[in-house]
Design a protein around this ligand. Structure first.
Ligand SMILES: [Mg+2]
Length: 248
């Protein structure tokens, strides 16, 4: 194996020697971009979550939705803000989303809820031409699948400069209002979208929503500021644009 010289011994070693040291030339890092790219070589179907996946948290969009969801719970159930926050945490944990809990436990009509909570400003959204370019370059079918509504997703994509790139936009309404992470929700949407899981990859910020895709045979990518160590997560990135740069 060839050797490289590197100046490692800043301080004298036990023999009093400093200077160059012969080191074997190391193989590239096993998690190199080449290996990551190879692990997607079978993929020609790409499924993207929307919120905090196709735009980052600092664009102040989901924060507005959180405020609206809490207000909706307060108005519908006649509870104060702290109780609404407690219920929302419980519903998120037990059912996957606030809406799922409101429907299961209180029979709330989903359509007015979805219109109200997604009536938010896109003023802080910024286009990402590089992200758009990378998504455009991915081979095969590309869809968005969100626990929000499809009309809301379309507005977000337009504000991000990502409109026209996807073959389909699917919201919670396409899954009979059953949310990710329920397996039945994925089954329903993927059947409509023509997704074959073993040829597909899923990008998501909520690690819970990668468990079913993993079990179905998809390649999973956790898009979040911090990694989450779990068997159902194949890859993690804190920047979707940079991750896709390595795939195209
Ligand atoms: Mg999300």
């Amino acid at each position: 194996m060839p050797a490289i010289k590197t100046f490692l011994n800043r301080h004298p070693d036990e023999n009093g020697k400093t200077g160059f040291q012969e080191l074997p030339l190391k193989a590239p890092c096993p998690k190199s971009s080449i290996m990551v790219k190879a692990s997607f070589s079978h993929v020609d179907q790409w499924v993207f979550d929307l919120d905090h996946t196709l735009y980052p948290p600092h664009m102040y969009l989901f924060d507005q939705i959180e405020v609206k969801m809490t207000q909706y719970v307060m108005d519908q159930l006649g509870v104060d803000r702290s109780e609404a926050d407690r219920l929302r945490s419980q519903y998120w944990r037990d059912y996957g989303t606030t809406l799922a809990g409101l429907m299961r436990e209180h029979g709330v009509d989903p359509d007015p809820y979805l219109v109200e909570v997604h009536d938010v400003s896109m003023a802080h959204m910024e286009p990402d031409p590089e992200l758009a370019s990378h998504i455009r370059s991915l081979p095969g079918t590309k869809i968005v699948y969100t626990n929000g509504s499809a009309p809301y997703a379309a507005r977000v994509l337009e504000a991000r400069g990502l409109d026209g790139l996807f073959d389909g936009i699917f919201g919670v309404e396409h899954a009979g209002y059953r949310p990710k992470p329920e397996r039945s929700a994925f089954d329903t949407v993927f059947e409509q979208a023509g997704i074959t899981p073993r040829q597909a990859a899923m990008f998501e910020d909520d690690q819970r929503n990668l468990a079913a895709p993993h079990d179905m045979g998809m390649r999973t990518v956790h898009v979040a500021p911090e990694p989450h160590d779990a068997d159902h997560i194949h890859h993690h990135t804190d920047d979707l644009t940079i991750f896709l740069r390595g795939l195209v």
